[in-house]
Every structure is written in C-alpha cells, then in structure tokens.
Design a protein around this ligand. Structure first.
Ligand code: NAD
Length: 304
C-alpha cells in the first residue's frame, strides 16, 4: 500500500485525509495548526514534525492549501519540498490556485522526475466529508490513471480537464459561475422577503422554477431556510468569503490574459471585496446575503 503525505488539514483537507484513512491508506499528515493533526492521530495517521518529515518515505503527496503563494512557497525553490520528494512519486496538488502557478509547479516537478497533477475540487465541506467531491484534473492521462484509487477514496466525479493547469482553469470558470449564482440568489431572497414573502416559501418556489440553481438546491444564503447550510449557523464553516474573492481574482487574471469579457465575474469580485472590507472575509461566502438584506428582527437569525 502506498504511503501518503497529506499537507494542509483545513476545512477541506481534514475530511479528505479522513476519507483516505477510512479507505485503508497509510498517512503522514502535516498542518501549521497542530491541533488538526492531533484529530487524525486518533484515527491512525502519523503527525509529522514538518512538511519534509511528512514526505519522508511517502510515494504520494497530497496538498490542500489556501492559495498560490502557499503552494509555491511549499514546493518551489532550491530547498522547496519537491527537492525532498523521491523521483517517481506522485503529487496531487488539490488547492485552488492560479493556472500559471500550477504550471510552474508542474514544470519543476517534471524536471525532478516527479509526476504531478493539478486537481482542484468542487463540492464544499459537505462533499469533502461525504467523499463525493468532484476533481478537475490537469496533467497527463497516464498519471491520472495511477491516481484513480486515491481520487475515488475522496470523490465521486473525476474529470480529466486537459494538460497541466487545465484543472485550475476549469475550477476558476466554475467558481466564477458559483459566485454569480450565489449573489443572484441572495439578491432575489432579500427582494422577496422585503416585500412580505416567507423566505422558505420563496426559496422552494424558485428552487422548483426556472430560477433553480445549485445554491437554491444545497446552499441557500438566507438564515433558517436550510438547516445544514452555513447561513443557518451564523455563516460559520463552509467556504470562506476571502477564498471566493481569491478565486474571482484568478478568474479576472485569466480573462485579462485571454482578452475575454467577464462583466458578471468582475462585478462579483467587486461585491466580494466590499464584503471583505466589512469584515466578513472569514465567514462562509453565502454571507454575501448581508449586503442585500437580512431577516427582520422578529425572525431568528440562526434558527434551523
Ligand atoms: P483552510 O484555510 O480551511 O485550510 C488551509 C489549511 O492549510 C490551514 O489549516 C492552514 O493552516 C494550512 N496551511 C497553510 N500553509 C501551510 C503550510 N505551508 N504547511 C502546512 N499547512 C499549511 O482552507 P480550505 O477551505 O480547506 O481550502 C483549501 C483550498 O481548497 C483552497 O484553495 C480553497 O480555495 C479550496 N476549496 C475550498 C472549498 C471549501 O468549501 N472550503 C471548496 C473547494 C475548494
């Protein structure tokens, strides 16, 4: 059985690593926050002292970090982690980062004889916990074939998007669309409730009508409409607004480079920046609801 090093045990990495343990893989784990490592030690993982210690004797490395700068700082440079990974090993870089950063890490890995895939995910923390994530994979098809059992332990849909960096490109397009859907849904919810409609009734009507979308299905931003959505838990957990702002920035950089016009994505980025300036960056991205209107005082903010 392959020995796996898993680096980055945040909202996503922790449940992903847990599913690998459940599938019987042997894991060394590392995060700057030691408390999350300890959670997995109780479930059979080895807590590494640092990233280098984690990859010692591992033939597979999986990383789930916040942004491009974290991934580049970890892997690249003369003494970066790639220099400490055995040639022939497999690296699955699952963070959402700039396609150009992913390509730089791909190139550096290839020079050292390391097979790497950019493999960002979709499905949120619920998908990570349930092992139903979608992986959007960039890199060689032959490398993807070797990684199938690992992806299947953590996800349900595994797509080969194309060559190095393609997984990130697909992810950037997806998240731009998700942000636009979230903002449109929050705007419509506020409009209906402000004019006297019941939030749950409106949500159900739109869900079953032509406005239906993923946000209305699984992630309603109005508190109390969906018991399990972050909105019903004071916008805690889930996908931080600052990470969505990062992804929208990546979409704009990509559009700039290719000369595409993405006005909805540009507006979505501006609205998320405003939200960050109001201090909501660490809350779930559905907190964008607050820009458009919140429940009336008589309506509990966090009722199930
Ligand atoms: P997070 O901030 O909860 O977790 C990141 C973890 O990485 C933290 O625990 C942090 O301590 C750790 N870390 C940072 N630098 C490190 C280093 N050098 N060595 C070891 N650990 C380090 O973020 P998240 O929500 O888990 O998201 C991770 C990635 O997945 C991001 O790129 C995000 O855009 C993407 N993503 C998130 C979601 C979601 O719903 N949260 C969904 C899809 C994709």
């Amino acid at each position: 059985m392959n020995k796996i090093a898993f680096i980055g045990l945040g909202h996503m990495g922790l449940p992903m690593a847990r599913n690998l343990l459940k599938a019987g893989f042997e894991l060394s784990v590392y995060d700057l926050l030691h408390s999350t490592m300890q959670e997995l030690v109780g479930e059979g993982a080895r807590a590494a002292n640092d990233a280098r210690d984690a990859v010692h004797q591992a033939s597979v490395v999986i990383s789930m970090l916040p942004a491009s700068r974290h991934v580049e700082a970890l892997y690249l440079g003369d003494d970066g982690l790639l220099a400490h990974i055995t040639a022939g090993s497999l690296v699955l870089e699952c963070s959402t980062i700039a396609p150009q950063s992913a390509q730089a890490v791909h190139r550096a890995a290839a020079e050292l004889g390391i097979e790497l895939l950019d493999a960002p995910v979709s499905g949120g923390t619920a998908g990570a916990a349930a092992g139903t994530l979608t992986f959007m994979v960039g890199g060689e098809a032959s490398t993807l074939a070797k990684a199938q059992s690992l992806f299947q332990a953590m996800g349900k849909n595994i797509f080969h998007a194309g060559p190095a960096g393609s997984g990130q490109l697909a992810k950037v397009c997806n998240n731009q669309l998700l942000a636009v859907q979230m903002i449109g849904t929050a705007e419509a919810m506020a409009l209906g409730v402000a004019n006297g409609l019941d939030a749950r009734t409106l949500a159900e009507i739109m869900r079953q009508s032509s406005g239906g979308n993923w946000v209305l299905e699984r992630y309603n931003p109005w508190p109390g409409v969906m018991e399990n959505a972050p909105a019903s838990h004071a916008y805690s957990g889930g996908f931080m607004a600052e990470l969505m702002a990062k992804d929208l920035g990546l979409a704009q950089e990509t559009a700039q480079a290719s000369g595409n016009s993405t006005p909805m994505g540009a507006l979505a980025l501006q609205l998320y920046r405003l939200l960050l300036r109001q201090g909501h960056g660490q809350e779930d991205f559905s907190v964008i609801q607050r820009l458009f209107g919140e429940p009336r005082p008589s309506e509990p903010d966090d009722s199930p």
